[in-house]
Design a protein around this ligand. Structure first.
Ligand SMILES: *Cc1c(COP(=O)(O)O)cnc(C)c1O
Length: 400
């Protein structure tokens, strides 16, 4: 044997904390118990039972994506794999792509297009602001891209592209396809795929949908599908080839072994969304997010993004002078067993409000942990005022 059996391997129970941390960061989010239970089951990846599950996932996804498209596909992979599936299928080498880049994830879409060999133009938005519609119009008419890529919510710096519906309309009028990354936003705020004219909507499991990481969904419009069907070049990506994935998702046959347990989990996550209804789910997210934002400001802290460009599914909080983001995270998880996220770039920490995160008891615990932590680290904050404001806004929302 060239490799001996390893010693010092300890059981998982000795690695994981006895009581799980409350996951209040930018994803993954806590799992509803139905979703966690479904994730522990394995069934045959083909056959009648799976076909029924797939059928229902597509039906429920139609509702969640607000589309009548018959081209909704699951992906065994992270949100990034769904992003790559959109790009690999809709972008060809030398295609002109306009990437609207507000931050880390929107830039990832651009990088994926670059790797395909596309001719990528960047509309970089340096400040934490949403895309300006006049600027986008100018770029589109000058560059004449075949594909425009954009995020609905830029999780990395907590910016919300409020102008997305107008941008989709504009792009459609100019004959471009629009790829929208809705990983952190789908089912937390309106996204009307058909009404807005989006050609590919990307989502992951572990954020807005409140399912597990590693199993994602993508929906293509009829126009996008016609483009995909019309391609006669061979994709470099085999797993992400939408025409091959169609075999499993619409023809009950084999592409690769589907992530069965993850799809069962996704089925339950989607079912919980259907039971709640999108209207009530959007309202729950808006109300809890605004209340949390008010609570944070009442503590005496500042939010990173101005109100009109602020994402309501992940909120960025400026790290007060004199302390460091990582110290906040460490203290919150050790002392209060609440986990939030740091950032890639700006000096902020981020609290998520996606799916199960958006329950008032979790928000009270997270806000209290944040305030008490910052106080313990030596910065003056008013914890009782913050918690009281969270309660007041929850009670009085919507403030008319
Ligand atoms: C998290 C996230 C992604 C990437 O998802 P992974 O599952 O980490 O690959 C992409 N886009 C946005 C907006 C995200 O929030």
């Amino acid at each position: 044997m060239i490799v001996e059996v390893p010693d010092n391997i300890i059981p998982l129970d000795n690695i994981l904390p006895e009581e799980p941390l409350l996951m209040m960061g930018a994803g993954p989010v806590p799992l509803p118990s139905r979703v966690a239970a479904a994730n522990s089951i394995v069934i045959n990846h083909l056959g009648d039972t799976m076909a029924k599950v797939v059928q229902q996932i597509k039906k429920m996804s139609s509702y969640v994506f607000q589309t009548q498209s018959q081209h909704i596909l699951g992906v065994a992979g992270p949100g990034s794999a769904a992003m790559e599936m959109a790009i690999a299928n809709l972008v060809k080498p030398k295609s002109k792509v306009l990437s609207i880049c507000n931050g880390f994830f929107s830039s990832r879409l651009a990088e994926m297009s670059e790797r395909i060999g596309a001719d990528v133009s960047y509309l970089n938005i340096e400040k934490p602001e949403y895309a300006n519609i006049d600027e986008v119009a100018e770029y589109i008419s000058r560059i004449k891209p075949q594909v425009v890529t954009i995020v609905q919510g830029e999780t990395s710096n907590t910016v919300f592209n409020r102008t997305l519906p107008e941008i989709c309309k504009l792009a459609r009028e100019q004959g471009c396809m629009v790829v929208v990354d809705a990983v952190c936003t789908l089912s937390t705020m309106p996204l009307e795929m058909d009404n807005w004219g989006v050609d590919a909507v990307i989502t992951g499991g572990q954020k807005g949908l409140a399912s597990i990481p590693g199993v994602s969904l993508i929906a293509f419009s009829d126009k996008a599908w016609a483009f995909i069907e019309g391609r006669n070049d061979q994709l470099h990506h085999w797993c992400l080839d939408a025409k091959l994935a169609d075999k499993f998702w619409y023809k009950n046959s084999y592409h690769y072994t589907a992530p069965v347990s993850g799809l069962l989990a996704l089925h339950e996550a989607l079912r919980l969304i259907c039971i709640e209804t999108l209207e009530l789910r959007f309202e729950r997210h808006m109300r809890h997010s605004v209340a949390l934002q008010d609570g944070i400001e009442a503590l005496g802290l500042s939010l990173y993004v101005d109100k009109d460009a602020r994402l309501n599914s992940v909120v960025g909080i400026c790290v007060p002078e004199g302390i460091q983001g990582p110290e906040i995270l460490k203290h919150m998880s050790e002392r209060y067993r609440v986990e939030i996220s740091g950032s890639f770039g700006p000096n902020i920490v981020r609290i998520g409000q996606m799916g199960e995160q958006c329950r008032s008891h979790h928000l009270f615990r997270a806000l209290h942990a944040l305030g008490s932590t910052i106080k313990a680290l030596g910065v003056e904050v008013d914890v009782p005022a913050g918690v009281a404001q969270l309660e007041l806004t929850l009670e009085n929302f919507p403030v008319k």
